[in-house]
Every structure is written in structure tokens, then in C-alpha cells.
Design a protein around this ligand. Sequence first.
Ligand SMILES: Cc1cc2nc3c(=O)[nH]c(=O)nc-3n(C[C@H](O)[C@H](O)[C@H](O)COP(=O)(O)OP(=O)(O)OC[C@H]3O[C@@H](n4cnc5c(N)ncnc54)[C@H](O)[C@@H]3O)c2cc1C
Length: 331
Amino acid sequence: MRPVSYARATEVAGAVAAVSADPESAFLAGGTTEIDLLRLNVRQPSRLVDINALPLTRVEDLPDGGLRIGALARMSDVAEAPGVVQRFPVIAQALVLGASAQLRHMASMGGNLLQAVRCSYFRDPRAACNKREPGSGCAALDGINRGHAILGTSRHCIATHPSDVAVALVALDAVVHTQGPGGGRAIGIDDFFLLPGDTPHLEHPLEHGELIVGIEVPAVPLARTSLYLKVRDRESYEFALASVAVALRVDDGAVGEVRLALGGVATKPWRARRAEQLLVGEPATGESFARAAGEELAPAVPQTMNAFKVELARRAMVRALEMATVVGGAP
Ligand SMILES: Cc1cc2nc3c(=O)[nH]c(=O)nc-3n(C[C@H](O)[C@H](O)[C@H](O)COP(=O)(O)OP(=O)(O)OC[C@H]3O[C@@H](n4cnc5c(N)ncnc54)[C@H](O)[C@@H]3O)c2cc1C
């Protein structure tokens, strides 16, 4: 591991200035991703700027019914905040089903959105990986790709986006607020995650030194009965093979309004817009849910070992919609 120096920022402007002035520096929040990548020699910053003293830890209920989450709020604190549990259960559930209790106490919300992919070839500096080293190839294409993506892939990268809470935030149209050397901006969360395309090394539209300061979730009355379903190889401490964030309202037996997003199957947290469009106005039944799920997954491109994910994701979507029908108003 390369020697790395350490600095501690106490205000946002200072943190942004310190990292943006030095291309070899990086922010350090909980360190649960960054320190692993340093140890693996996947990332080699010469300087870490610790941002944990910045005043960005609050979880606030907004007067209009929305929510503002500081970038340094810990996953565990957000999962337990009464306003999140009561008004946005899909966020609380996605957090509680991620990582372990110990990790959730350390890991921040900003760091969660920027966590690196879990592709073993990305994490092995000897393997070909276009995300880590553009132009070197993608060892996963002919390798062990059981956990890899079936949606949003390209011939340059098939790594699955690993975050759970990002899936919930995508379903709710959250907005990521940042502060960079040129000022602040607000980025819709769907635009915050980039598809790999020909540039898999670009995962976010952030400039070097641009700090996430918070995440805003708009008021979504439907979210009160939202839920997160996660399917994985073991019941805890495991990333998703397929997951679904859903919020649903049923009016007189038909789908009145629906939010749907998928995790574990795509290169970015995947808003299932096609399924949403098909569902509105349809009977809230297993048949309609299966048809919409099938349409959403029609463009899936399975690899040698992960064709099972198409059926798994389809069933997970149907199951999540059926569960949401019960909590969101039975027909
Ligand atoms: C064993 C294990 C299991 C896990 N399981 C899950 C799981 O099931 N589901 C899930 O969703 N996650 C899981 N995770 C990932 C975990 O949630 C992330 O590691 C964590 O959220 C990252 O937050 P952090 O504060 O530790 O970030 P750090 O490691 O400090 O930072 C991560 C990256 O974000 C950058 N960064 C951090 N904060 C900011 C900011 N405010 N602005 C700009 N850049 C920033 C850092 O420079 C770094 O590049 C798991 C992790 C481990 C180690």
C-alpha cells in the first residue's frame, strides 16, 4: 500500500478546496469502502481529507413532507429516524438490509452513494477492468459473472451497482446536493448514476473535489406504504442478487400510482419506468404484475452465469408488488 497523508477538514469550503486542489487526494467519510480499496491497491490517493467533522449529519423532516439527509448521517441513524421509518419505510428497510450493524454505524449516506462496485475483477489490480484501468478490457465478460448485471450493461463493463438505499432513493426521485469548487448544484438521482457505455470509469457526474453535502427526498405521500424486498444468497451481510423498491396505491382494484426500482441486476440503481407505465390503470393482480415485470426485463442481456437473474428479478418484482398491494390498499 502506498503511503498516504491525512488531513482533517472542519468546514465544507475547506474540504472542497483541499481535495479539488490536489488530483491525488480523496475524501474520507466512514472509510468502509475507501480503506478497503487502498489496502487492495485499487485506489492510491496520496492524501485523505477526513470529512467526519463537517456539520452534515442531520436527518430533517421538511415542512412540505419531504426529507433532508446530511451526507455524513450514518446509515444506522437514518434507518432509525422516526420520519424515515414512518414516512419513507422503503429507505429504512433498504438500509437495515444492507451490510452489517457494525458497518452501518460507520458508513455514511454520501459514501454509500459513491461506494465502488463489488466486481472481483475491479478489486483485483492484476485483472483486466475498464472501470479501474480504461482500455484494459473486462475480465468479467468471460469470467465468474454470476452476480453481474443484466440491465444497463455494455461490452466494456457488466458490474452491478451495489447500493441498496440508492434503489429506494431512485424510486422516490431524490436529489443529490453537492458543493464543488465552482459552487453548489442539485443533481436528480437518476442522473447521478451513469451507465457504463464506452466510459465505465465515469460513474458519477461529479468533478474531482465536489462534495456531496446532502440528499433531499421530495414529499411522496405514497411512500408511507413503500417497502424494499432484497433477495440474496444468505439472509444477512450480503449484497442483493435482485432487489425491489416499491410504493403502490390501489384505487378500486386498479393500480392508481406506482413507484418501482430494481437493485442487484443493473449497472446503476434501475428505475423500472416501463413497468410503472404499463401498470397504471391495470388490475392490481399477479397477472398484471408479471406482465409489467416481463416487459421491464425484456431488454436484459444475461451473461454466461447469470441468466437466472432474469427470472429471479421477475419473481421479485411480482412478489414486491403483491406485498405492496396488501399494505397499500387491497383491491
Ligand atoms: C462487507 C461489506 C458489506 C456491505 N454490504 C452492503 C450492502 O449489503 N448494501 C449496501 O448498500 N452497501 C453495502 N456495503 C457498502 C457500504 O454501505 C459502503 O461501504 C458505505 O456506505 C460507504 O460509506 P463510507 O462513509 O464508509 O464511505 P467511504 O469509504 O469513506 O467513502 C466511499 C467513497 O465515497 C467518497 N466520499 C465519501 N463521502 C463523500 C462525500 N460526502 N462527498 C463526496 N465523496 C465522498 C470517498 O472519497 C470514497 O471514494 C458493504 C460494505 C462492506 C465492507
